[in-house]
Design a protein around this ligand. Structure first.
Ligand SMILES: [Zn+2]
Length: 336
């Protein structure tokens, strides 16, 4: 056997090491990698992954410094959830994955769990903690982003529960109980922080009701079918939806139906809501123009954010409350 020169062997050895390193980095079920998104200096803190921004706020307010919370979806909302390898890596050492449920995330949580190789990962559907008889019917359609264009499902129940502070509280209580079960040593701390945050959520609801209490415009047309829980909480009534499928403009028939509702002389509707996530859609402004022509007095567009997306650098513990208050302020400004 011909012995390789030393320099060659050193280089070959280095390349082998390098390729093992890359193998670890890119394989999910291979060796443990230091770069999986979790710090190594807090080995006993529960590792919590949430699917999207509102759940991050709920979890992080309860977790404090005792648990570590990571958020998956930022500018891509749950309607277009397409998990990456990085997401699966994050789940590999996670203790729990908190999701909304009611079909919002589709089958992605289970698929991600499989892909992560983490058999002990606990998937918790927070909306499942809300009694079923308090959920509204809904037909939010989800583009699963799997190349199968508008692969729509009717999930039965409206999943947008986080937009009600009451149900946010139910979700916070569920997170508190999960963290206490995972980390009994800090049970009192989770209890205390959850109680403090719930006080803030109750105040959010009270302030919103007070802000809008003298408004006569109680009827709204919303952009996608997302604001029912929000509207009920603050005593408003959604009488129509601009885009049944988020991202696709209404067809002639849908438009006709909406116009008939809004121009009803008995009770015209002047408040139309748009969403910042679909700001390139013209449908809202077109409707407002038509309503003007049809004699509806002073129709207006209000931007309401369903809190499904967030730029990563804006997400913090107070984001949910701030965005909810911004929605309420926008309505208060435009409603009469
Ligand atoms: Zn939605």
């Amino acid at each position: 056997m011909v012995k390789q020169p030393l320099r060659y062997r050193v280089v070959a050895g280095f390349l082998t090491l390098l390729s093992i390193g890359f193998g670890c980095l890119f394989s999910v079920s291979g060796c443990s990698t230091p770069d999986d998104g979790w710090p190594n200096d807090r080995p006993t803190a529960p590792k919590v992954v949430v699917s999207f921004a509102p759940l991050y706020c709920f979890a992080v307010n309860v977790a404090g410094d005792d648990a570590i919370v990571r958020n998956l979806l930022t500018t891509t909302g749950p309607h277009h959830f397409n998990p990456t390898d990085k997401d699966a890596r994050l789940l590999r050492r996670a203790d729990m994955l908190l999701v909304n449920g009611l079909g919002l995330e589709g089958d992605k949580p289970e698929k991600m769990k499989k892909g992560s190789g983490n058999k002990s990962l606990k998937i918790i559907e927070l909306a499942g903690k809300i009694p079923a008889d308090r959920l509204y019917e809904g037909s939010c359609h989800h583009d699963h982003g799997d190349g199968d264009d508008h692969h729509d499902h009717d999930h039965g129940k409206d999943p947008h529960v986080w937009l009600s502070p009451d149900y946010a509280i139910t979700m916070v209580e569920a997170i508190r109980d999960e963290l206490k079960a995972a980390d009994a040593g800090h049970a009192a701390d989770y209890d205390r922080r959850a109680a403090e945050y719930i006080v803030k959520l109750r105040k959010l609801k009270e302030d919103g009701i007070a802000l809008l209490k003298d408004k006569k415009d109680r009827k709204l047309v919303t952009f996608h079918d997302s604001m029912t829980y929000f509207a009920k909480t603050f005593n408003m009534n959604i009488v129509g939806v601009v885009e049944k499928n988020p991202g696709s403009e209404p067809n002639d028939q849908q438009l006709k139906k909406l116009l008939a509702i809004c121009t009803n002389p008995e009770s015209p509707v002047r408040v139309l809501c748009t969403e910042p996530q679909y700001s390139n859609s013209n449908a809202g402004q077109q409707l407002v123009n038509i309503l003007k022509q049809k004699g509806v007095p002073d129709p207006v567009l209000v931007e309401l954010d369903p809190l499904e997306t967030v730029p990563q650098d804006q997400l913090n513990a107070g984001w949910y409350e701030a965005k909810m208050r911004a929605n309420l302020a926008a309505l208060a400004e435009k409603m009469k």
